[in-house]
Every structure is written in C-alpha cells, then in structure tokens.
Ligand binder design. Structure first.
Ligand SMILES: Cc1cc2nc3c(=O)[nH]c(=O)nc-3n(C[C@H](O)[C@H](O)[C@H](O)COP(=O)(O)OP(=O)(O)OC[C@H]3O[C@@H](n4cnc5c(N)ncnc54)[C@H](O)[C@@H]3O)c2cc1C
Length: 502
C-alpha cells in the first residue's frame, strides 16, 4: 500500500516511493531485532521493515570489531528474555552477532531488514496520520521514501560513524598509527609494537589485555581513574548447574535471576551506601594489582560509584596483564603529541608505535535524524519523555533506550511490552494515533535534564545534555529509573495517563 499524498519534503527530494508498512523500525542492533521479535510474536499480521545503515545486523557489535571486543555485562541479562543464552556469561562480540543471527533466522526477519539504508529525515503528517521516512541507500546513493503508521526508533545512543576524538596539540606530527576502536582496520598488526591506549572505560579495559598478548607493551593513559570490578567469565552457579543437564531455558532463567540480583545489589548499594560500594570495589581489585601499584593515584576515582559505568574485568585479565609486566597504567593529562608519542604533564614522553583513542562516543539523539511534525522541526531539547519510551508532541513514535547500570536489553524487553500494550489498546479503541501530551496539572512542571548529572555523569552524557529530550519531576514524565524499579512499574504503567489516543 502506498501513500496517495506526500509531504512537502518528499516532493523536495524527489525520492522514490518504496512503499508503506504498518511499523517502521530504525536500526538492526539488539534493540531493533528485539522489537521485531515482539512485533512478530504479538502482532503477526502487521507489516514492518527494519532500516539499517550498516551492511549487517548487530549495531554496536558490528561497529566494534577491535581485538578482544566483548560484552561487559552477562549475556543472561543482555540476551533477550525469550532466547536462552548458552555460552559463558561474558561473550565475545562475534558470539553476540551469532546469537542475533539466530534470532533473525528463528523469527524469519531477514526479508524485513534493508541494509545500507540510512534514514535521513522523518516527517509526521496529522492529515495523513502517518510518517514519511526519507532514506538514502549507502550502496547506490538512491533516495527512497517509506511511509508508516508507527515509527519505532532503535537507533542506539551514539554516532556509529563519528566517534569522539578530543583535539590534541601536535597529533598530526605523530609518526605512528592512530586508531579508534569504532573503526579498527582489519590489517593493523600490533605484534611486537608499543601501544598506547588513551581512555579508561570499558573499551580500554577490553582492548588492553587483548593487545598485550602480542604487543611489546601496552600503556593505558587515563586522565582520571574509574571503578573496576573483576568477576569470573563463567558464573560459579553455571558450573554448579552444568552436571544437572537442565533445559537451556531453565539455566537461562536461573542465571538471569542470579545476575539481576547481583546487579540490583551493585546499583542499590551505589545509591544507598556509596562508601560501602567504594570499599567493596577497591578491596576487590587490590589483591589483583602488581605489588607497589599506587592505588590512590590510578584506581581511586573522583566520583561516587555508578556516577559513571563500573569497568568490568572478566577473570581479572587486565590486572593479569599488569602483573606480567605487559601492560601498565599512567594517570596524567596529555600536553601534546610528538613525532614519537605522547608528552604528559609530568614531563614524561610515552613512546608509541600505535595510539588507540578509546575516548568514547558522540551521543546521537534519535540518530541526529531531523524530525518534523506537520512541517514544524522538532527540537527534542524542548520536549519531555513519557516514561523513557515516547516524546511529547511526537505522535506514533516510540524509542528503545536501555539501562546503563543493568544490561541494556532488560529494558528493551520491558519497553517492548509497554508498546505492545499501547498497540493493543489502540486497536481496541479504534484509535489511529497516540501522542504524549502534558496534563493540565503538569503545565508548570519543572523540567530537568534527561540524565541528572548527580546520578550519572559520563562524558558522552554531559557533552550532549543540551541536545537531549528532558524529563519532569513526576510520573509519567521520568526516565533513567533503575531496573529494580522499572521491572515492577513498567508492567503496571497506566497507558492512558499522559497519552492521548485519537
Ligand atoms: C564496545 C561496547 C560494549 C558494550 N557492552 C555492553 C554490555 O555488555 N552490556 C550492556 O548492557 N551494554 C553494552 N554496551 C552498550 C550498547 O551499546 C547497548 O547495550 C546496545 O548494544 C545498544 O543496542 P541498540 O540496538 O539500541 O543500538 P546500537 O547497537 O547502537 O544499534 C543501532 C543501529 O541503528 C543503526 N542506525 C542508527 N541511525 C540510523 C539511521 N539514521 N538509519 C538507519 N539505521 C540507523 C546503526 O547503524 C546501528 O546498527 C556496549 C557498548 C559498546 C560500544
């Protein structure tokens, strides 16, 4: 079915009509594939398409193919509720891609995914009660136009093609190779080389031990320390369960509950007794560090636990590389790059053949896609979230945004359940649109940043606050709850409260 009328913008671009679908999903990462599964399961008659810029599914796991790329939360909670994870708790990026491939096959999604299709603009027309998506094919340059009744944004939270790279003086003088983990060259040989990794987050913690296996030496240069947590790649409970030969879905559910408890404890202790968590985390890594390590300088952060993500170290491999003398940590600020390496404030020159800039992301609100509602550009910074799922004044649009402290996907499943309820409610009432609208009582509600810096203040979040949607001070206008709260509140969420159906 195609749209008889078209919006102004589609006429401007002269794009080819690619057809109409009931639901259009943007992004084929773990969120988009999960959303398609829910749609398939609950609304098998709805037509849908997934538009994806990259040439393959997996999102984050397709983009990040640097040596050692792996999850930093367990796959029993990072995997979907419906699909048992069968491997070790911490998984290599390749194993996560295989898991997603299996979901695509089991749900027969392949024919619905359009790769190398980048969505470049989204327009809602109230007269037509539908969205028009402008799309550019990355492979041919062709411009297409899809229309849809409902837009499901699963584009992730960061820019996949433009990672964050601070500007350092003298970088162009450096004679070695500079790489970012988001764009790792297949042919980069680090064996026998001196590698400098700039950064101290999950990516740095992952790439350092992987490179240290064959590099001459790997130095991790951090401006300031992070919290670290070392735990086994295989949970001891998984080892206990193994001889029982349980059905895979039992094991999945048992370990999912076990990890959820563990993460609940970490999140709640960070909130209620940060000093206790601080001690717990430091005492956990002290015995793993090489003798003589200046713990205060390199491992005591300047923020409360959980104000930024805790760096997870499976089997303590990062610390093993340190103990073996293959990796070391420098805590200092960069003065400049020279031909030979990086000069830091202490005066030390860290010589390197390869510099890895594990410096993080550029946050990308809604993929930085321009949205218009009835020809008016949508400024998300002036809009308010409905439960971290929809946005005020933007009809028939939902988004998937996971947790920072628990596994991302736990929230994706919960959000998909809410959207399923909204779809069913619309069908029951014969409504064709749903839109969040502030209630009269909310007219003077104070608006707050979507992420309270007191609660979570990673660099990529702070750098982009001014472009992100806002939250209020009461339900249903709140985002950034924890999983222990939302796994009770979202299934009970009143889908009439704050939503207008027409
Ligand atoms: C190295 C690394 C490890 C991580 N490990 C964990 C972990 O262990 N646990 C955890 O909970 N979280 C982890 N995260 C966070 C992770 O990003 C999320 O868990 C999750 O992968 C996000 O999935 P997503 O599908 O929402 O988004 P993404 O994985 O970002 O996928 C979004 C997809 O949308 C596509 N897209 C974007 N814009 C457009 C457009 N305009 N048109 C068409 N397509 C578009 C992108 O190409 C991409 O394929 C990790 C992140 C990184 C970088």
């Amino acid at each position: 079915m195609t749209s008889a009328a078209t919006t102004d913008r589609s006429q401007e671009t002269g794009s080819r009509d690619a057809g109409h679908v009931d639901v259009l999903i943007v992004g084929a990462g773990i969120s988009g594939i999960g959303s398609a599964h829910h749609l398939r399961e609950k609304f098998p008659d709805r037509t849908f398409v997934i538009l994806e810029t990259q040439e393959a599914p997996g999102g984050t796991w397709w983009t990040h193919q640097f040596p050692g790329a792996r999850s930093d939360s367990d796959l029993f909670t990072y995997g979907y509720r419906h699909k048992p994870w069968r491997g070790p708790s911490i998984a290599a990026g390749g194993a996560i891609l295989e898991y997603l491939d299996e979901v695509i096959e089991e749900d027969d999604l392949a024919g619905h995914i359009r790769y190398r299709h980048r969505v470049t603009a989204l327009d809602w027309s109230s007269a037509e009660r539908r969205w028009t998506a402008q799309v550019v094919r990355e492979d041919t340059g062709e411009r297409l136009r899809y229309t849809t009744d409902f837009l499901w944004m699963c584009q992730g939270y960061y820019n996949h093609s433009d990672p964050y790279r601070p500007e350092w003086p003298g970088l162009d003088r450096f004679e070695g190779t500079v790489v970012h983990p988001q764009t790792w060259p297949d042919d980069l040989d680090h064996a026998g080389k001196r590698v400098l990794v700039i950064g101290s987050g999950a990516t740095a913690a992952t790439v350092v031990p992987a490179l240290a296996k064959t590099a001459a030496h790997v130095t991790m240069l951090q401006r300031s320390p992070s919290y670290w947590f070392a735990a086994p790649t295989v949970h001891e409970l998984a080892t206990t369960l193994e001889p029982l030969d349980l059905p895979a879905d039992w094991t999945h559910e048992i370990l999912r509950r076990q990890y959820t408890l563990q993460l609940d404890w970490l999140a709640a202790t960070g909130r209620d007794d940060p000093d206790q968590l601080h001690e717990f985390l430091l005492e956990g890594i002290r015995p793993l560090l090489p003798e003589g390590t200046d713990v205060d300088k390199h491992f005591v952060p300047r923020y409360r636990p959980w104000q930024q993500r805790i760096v997870f170290v499976p089997d303590g491999d990062f610390f093993a590389a340190m103990r073996e003398g293959k990796a070391s940590v420098v805590t200092d600020t960069i003065t400049e790059f020279t031909e030979k390496g990086v000069q830091v404030s202490s005066g030390e020159l860290i010589e390197a053949d390869i510099v890895v800039t594990a410096t993080g992301f550029n946050l990308s609100p809604f993929g930085d896609i321009p949205f218009r509602v009835d020809d008016e550009p949508v400024d998300f910074a002036k809009r308010v979230t409905w439960r971290g799922i929809m946005i005020t004044g933007v009809p028939n649009m939902a988004y998937s945004f996971g947790y920072f402290r628990h596994s991302w996907t736990l929230r994706v499943d919960l959000v998909n359940d809410v959207i399923g309820r909204v779809f069913a409610h619309m069908a029951e009432r014969g409504a064709t649109t749903v839109v969040p609208e502030l209630r009269p009582a909310d007219a003077d509600m104070p608006l707050r940043p979507w992420s309270d810096p007191e609660n979570f203040n990673s660099g990529y979040v702070l750098r982009s606050q001014d472009r992100m949607f806002r939250q209020g001070d009461r339900e249903p206008w709140l985002h950034m709850h924890e999983h222990d709260h939302e796994r009770r509140s979202l299934p009970e969420a009143d889908i009439e409260d704050g939503l207008t159906y027409r």
